[in-house]
Design a protein around this ligand. Sequence first.
Ligand SMILES: C[S@@+](CC[C@H](N)C(=O)[O-])C[C@H]1O[C@@H](n2cnc3c(N)ncnc32)[C@H](O)[C@@H]1O
Length: 366
Amino acid sequence: MVVAAQNQRKRVEVRPDRSTKAYQDFLLGAKLFWTRQMYSALHKEYQDKVKARGGKEPETYAETEKMMQGPLYSFFGWFERHIQRLKYSDKYYGLVAAVNRQRSELLEALENLPPSKFLKLNPDIEFPHYYKAVDFHQHPGGVAGDELAGFVYEYARKTTTPLHIHEDDIHFRLAKAVPKGDYKRILDFGCGVGKSTYPFKDLYPEAEVHGCDISAPCLKVAYLRALESGREIYYSQENMEKTSYPDEYFDLIHTTFIQHEFPLKALEKITREAFRLLKPGGLYVNLDFHSAPGGVFGKFCYFGHSKRNNEVFMRAFHDFDYLGLLRKVGFKSAEMLPFDDGTGIVAQNEVPKAWRFPWQLFISRK
Ligand SMILES: C[S@@+](CC[C@H](N)C(=O)[O-])C[C@H]1O[C@@H](n2cnc3c(N)ncnc32)[C@H](O)[C@@H]1O
């Protein structure tokens, strides 16, 4: 149910000053240039180098990296790593600095959130080692390392996928791509700041929609956004490896942008937990990155991205038999489908025209 408009609040958000906005916009432009022109130039150079070797493509990532050594690849890699780094960490115009300039206002908004059944926090939660040890996608301290990390993450998403018309579009696309059903209870497993949760509430307004995450700073922003927009969504601080929800509670569980952040042992625990939480016949849906299209060149770009962007488990997930795990855990059916992120569907043997994540949609039924 959507609550009455008079209960809605004024939006509290990060408002970068003029110079910071200009800087962040410049980085977005630079990322677009990297995504299209630099990537295409790198692909052209790859083709030229293969031609010069008599048409013999390299066989491994290491061999490809060696073949591609040179100014263009160095520049390409430097751009990719440092645009992201500057976006967060520039001393004056980075997002962390921008959020810190608004620190008291933003903290006050989170501290004054009304106590409610819609936000359940667990101050005693234990963070897994892999979670604390890595600053995924170069977010300093990660998405739970500071009380305002949720605001930083929310703003940062504007430049993660620069070809998308809006950073939330991908989440609406997922909600629409899930086979329609009479879902009474839906869980966004690893919901972050709720960007991947609210499209499901909009599509299934009568459903009881939940989102869980281990990061309290993210959940607080998710809850704040739900209050501001008048959406009733239940948020709870949980470790996805073992949550407090009862057995067979949900009809649909979905994840976005997350499987690639787990070491494989944790991924197995999380997959088993999703199975426990689903009703028989329930659906488990994952939108994530796997099986990069475009042969050796596709893998070369994607594995390089994982290295340059602190995505330490990305490569292991890419090569992992995830469908095999889903079946081993007990799902009756599990399939991997191509997904249109708004830039079209890319065939497995096709090199994408511009850089993009290797999106795949996993749909499994208990
Ligand atoms: C890249 S974000 C994606 C968030 C959201 N699904 C989205 O698409 O915007 C990954 C999220 O997974 C959460 N996460 C990572 N490991 C977790 C765990 N073991 N239990 C719960 N949440 C976890 C992080 O806190 C983070 O919010």
